[in-house]
Design a protein around this ligand. Structure first.
Ligand SMILES: C[S@@+](CC[C@H](N)C(=O)[O-])C[C@H]1O[C@@H](n2cnc3c(N)ncnc32)[C@H](O)[C@@H]1O
Length: 227
């Protein structure tokens, strides 16, 4: 019984923490694109999106989509065709993303408010479309902050079509450093989670490039296993 209460308390603490993080992103959204300009993540983003093997007419998911910094990269390949689904939990971040969509007259982008810890087939069936599966999924700068990140990786893989591609772009800084502490402070996440190591065992054709930002940032990708 005491185990149950300890788990319950831990879950409550995580929920409270998520609530605070989302409130923070709601405020941060107003200056996010200015504080974190395109050029800062250009190289890893460009590479991550190349790894998605995008083509016209595909259906893809970006979680967390934030202010929509990836959209212009997606459109280079998708040219306003197919379906781009963006999910984020912060209304502020989604508002900025919506502005970008409107300004650019992109009509293949759909945005949804959703908690990454809840996104699974049932959620997609209910909130978007029954049986919807994705050709590829990009999870960028999200898993380092999300609770239950292992479960989220498993759930994202379950949302792919057979042989679909999962791409993760995130930080991995093992030793304490000024950059690591700054990223933790500004992003409200961690920087040393073994994200790609977990993913490596779950996918086929795993690839890793951890040369970004002086070796502090990686892009990992892999295909959904056939069974
Ligand atoms: C560092 S930003 C990254 C946004 C975008 N991927 C980018 O690269 O610009 C982290 C994002 O995660 C979102 N977020 C945090 N917790 C979340 C959760 N549980 N579910 C969905 N989104 C979440 C925040 O609202 C924020 O937009």
């Amino acid at each position: 019984m005491s185990g149950f209460f300890t788990e319950f308390k831990k879950d409550r603490e995580k929920m409270n923490n998520q609530h605070i993080v989302i409130k923070y992103y709601d405020k941060f959204s107003r200056v996010y694109d200015w504080v974190s300009p395109k050029r800062y993540y250009h190289k890893p983003r460009e590479f991550a999106i190349t790894e998605m093997n995008l083509n016209k007419g595909q259906t893809i998911l970006n979680i967390p989509c934030g202010t929509g910094q990836n959209f212009e990269y997606f459109q280079k390949y998708m040219a306003n065709t197919g379906r781009i689904v963006g999910i984020d939990l912060s209304e502020g971040m989604l508002l900025q993303a919506t502005e970008k969509v409107k300004k650019n007259l992109w009509d293949n982008i759909e945005l949804f408010k959703g908690d990454a810890t809840q996104i699974n087939s049932e959620w997609i069936d209910k909130e978007i479309e029954r049986e919807l599966k994705f050709d590829s999924i990009l999870c960028d700068l999200g898993l380092s902050g999300f609770p239950k990140w292992e479960m989220i990786i498993d759930n994202l893989l379950s949302l792919l079509r057979p042989n679909g591609k999962l791409v993760i772009m995130d930080w991995f800084i093992e030793k304490r450093s000024i950059r690591g502490e700054f990223i933790k402070w500004i992003g409200k996440g961690e920087v040393n989670r073994p994200l790609w190591q977990y993913m490596e065992n779950k996918v086929a054709h795993f690839t890793l490039d951890n040369s970004f930002k002086g070796g502090d940032m990686f892009v990992a990708s892999g295909n959904k296993k056939p069974f």
